[in-house]
Design a protein around this ligand. Structure first.
Ligand SMILES: [Fe+2]
Length: 260
């Protein structure tokens, strides 16, 4: 099986609401390896709740984690990343070097919506694109105005955005309507990356495999492996990535191209 890539997991001990200690972070890394992951973000929030999370602080913490993983021969490559909460200052903060891109490659910026708000990412996506920077929309399934509006999601993708979905949401959708919407996204090519959104080992564990398996039932193994593995690794390593345009009409064309 293709190694999985977790494009959303909090692994920087003590820096946010993720693992409180290095031991917990390490246990999460071991868990990820057992889930089949070989690449993962070492991410922490960058927002007003965590003003001390400068890009340098995240870089140093991720480097320390990588050193421990190497020493203990745990086969997981970790990629320093900020989970950036969108604000009116996002563009200026980026240009001032305050925000940490995925893997620090300055190609992909992981963004989430502000608390209790939904904002249009298009202006930011369009401002960053000429600089060679594109957006990854974190846990995109959380945002009903996006999940329920395929035309909007399509516009964002055409503007270079990738949509990241949480593995647990796919594995255990909490409501039939939500499951239908997610399946439609999956089969229409609206899902590009998988993340566990893991925060610890007791709660919000870094689970990936069940989401991958469910996704494989929806879109076929080959395409699920792209989403959960190949494309995720490319983004974490800062490679450019071209994804097929989404097709709201769904499975027929998609499985022809990408199914088993
Ligand atoms: Fe997160």
């Amino acid at each position: 099986m293709m190694p999985l890539a977790d494009t959303h997991v909090h692994l920087l001990a003590g820096l946010d609401d993720g693992p409180p200690t290095p031991d917990t972070a390490l246990a999460m890394c071991r868990m990820l390896v057992s889930e089949g992951a070989r690449h993962a973000t070492a991410l922490a929030h960058q927002n007003a709740d965590y003003p001390e999370n400068t890009a340098d602080r995240l870089r140093a913490s991720a480097a320390a984690l990588a050193a421990v993983l190497a020493e203990k021969k745990i086969p997981l490559a970790v990629h320093a990343t900020g989970e950036v909460m969108l604000s009116p200052d996002t563009l200026s903060d980026w240009r001032a070097g305050k925000l940490l891109s995925i893997g620090d490659h300055r190609r992909w910026l992981l963004v989430e919506m502000p608390h209790d708000a939904f904002v249009d990412v298009l202006p930011l996506a369009e401002a960053l694109r000429p600089e060679g920077v594109r957006l990854v929309v974190a846990h995109a399934e959380r945002y009903d105005p996006l999940l329920d509006d395929l035309a909007l999601a399509q516009k964002w993708i055409e503007a270079g955005c990738l949509l990241q979905v949480t593995a647990r949401a796919i594995a255990e959708p909490w409501e039939p309507g939500f499951e239908r919407a997610l399946k439609k996204w999956a089969q229409g090519g609206f899902i590009h990356l998988l993340g566990s959104d893991g925060h610890g080992i007791d709660r919000r564990r870094p689970a990936l495999a069940a989401g991958f398996n469910r996704l494989a039932k929806w879109v076929g193994k080959r395409h699920a492996a792209r989403i959960a593995g190949e494309w995720g690794r490319a983004v974490l390593e800062g490679e450019p990535l071209t994804v097929p345009p989404p097709r709201p009409e769904g499975r027929s064309w998609f499985s022809r191209l990408f199914g088993d």
